[in-house]
Design a protein around this ligand. Sequence first.
Ligand code: PLP
Length: 377
Amino acid sequence: MSLFNVYPLFDITPVSAKDVYVYDDKNVEYLDLYGGHAVISIGHSHPKYVSAITNQVEKLGFYSNAIQNPLQVELADKLETLSGCKDYQLFLCNSGAEANENALKLASFHNGKKKVLAFKNSFHGRTSAAVAATDNPKIVAPINAQQQVDFVELGDLDAVEAILKQNDTCAVIVEFIQGVGGLDQSTTEFYQGLETLCKHYNTALIADEVQSGFGRTGDFFAFQKHNITPDIISIAKGMGNGFPVGGILIHPSIKASFGLLGTTFGGNHLACAATLSVLDVLEDEKLMQNAKDIADYFQEKAKELPNLKSIKGRGLMIGLEFDFPISELRKKLIFDHHIFTGSATNPNLIRILPPLTIQKKHIDIFFEATCKVLKTL
Ligand code: PLP
């Protein structure tokens, strides 16, 4: 059987990894500044993570959600403490798209409305609010999304209000820093205005923290910079450090009832053990503070780069926008200097999403290599 060929692949085969380094089948070492789309939060194969998963699978990897699972309770408590999201409720699932699907469904159950409002250039997974990257035909909205989802410019409160006042929008879903779309973010004034409009028109505000959450920005969640209280927060990626796990945090004003949401695999014992160990390491190794410190260092170093148009993002969710397409630069970084970086829908932008354990010396390696490559382009 052949693989369904949907990914253009680089000719590299990783077989092992340790912290910020990945090794291929020829034992070549690569510096990982991308973490598989912001997934690797506490570093590859962290010993505490490995032993948490190994110990758990030896005991019990999975059992049904219809039976008590104390690990879910422990996880909810730990998540509340570390995130500072007091009294939210946790529902666990398996991926970012699934988290957002549950968030949208829950919003609709809660206020009885149906439509969704998302922002241009956003990405919420292959969901009914898939993407509004109208200039990116590669990621297209699903059939009928155009009927269900309105897309407006990020930052345009008037456009938001014009839609919400029609009173058929169950949720506004927003990335407080856009990931795939290219690291754009709006102002605190806009986000607070959005929150006010959502409250006024009885529309749920969903913070999609799938990429920006779990400490990546230096805060636990990116929305926390703006002093917002979302109704639902979706999480995945860095949560499991590679183990497929996702979830939503649900504001106490939204009440649960039996059968409202459900999943077979979500919140299984193995996923909980993986996530608990991620939270432990985040806390023990003060990785959110590290994210802030390294981000400051990165910003300083980036000022020295020639041809740089802008630096976008926050914390260790960084976009370097050049005044030319970066595909050649990325290729040379990978093949000549063995450094992984990411791309975005903006062809001129490199995305840097390293493990939160990254150190200054790794940033130095990146800038040295980038300066060398820039001279050859
Ligand atoms: N939301 C955001 C902000 C994302 O960046 C992504 C994935 O890139 C998703 C949702 C979808 O997550 P998943 O690929 O786990 O379904």
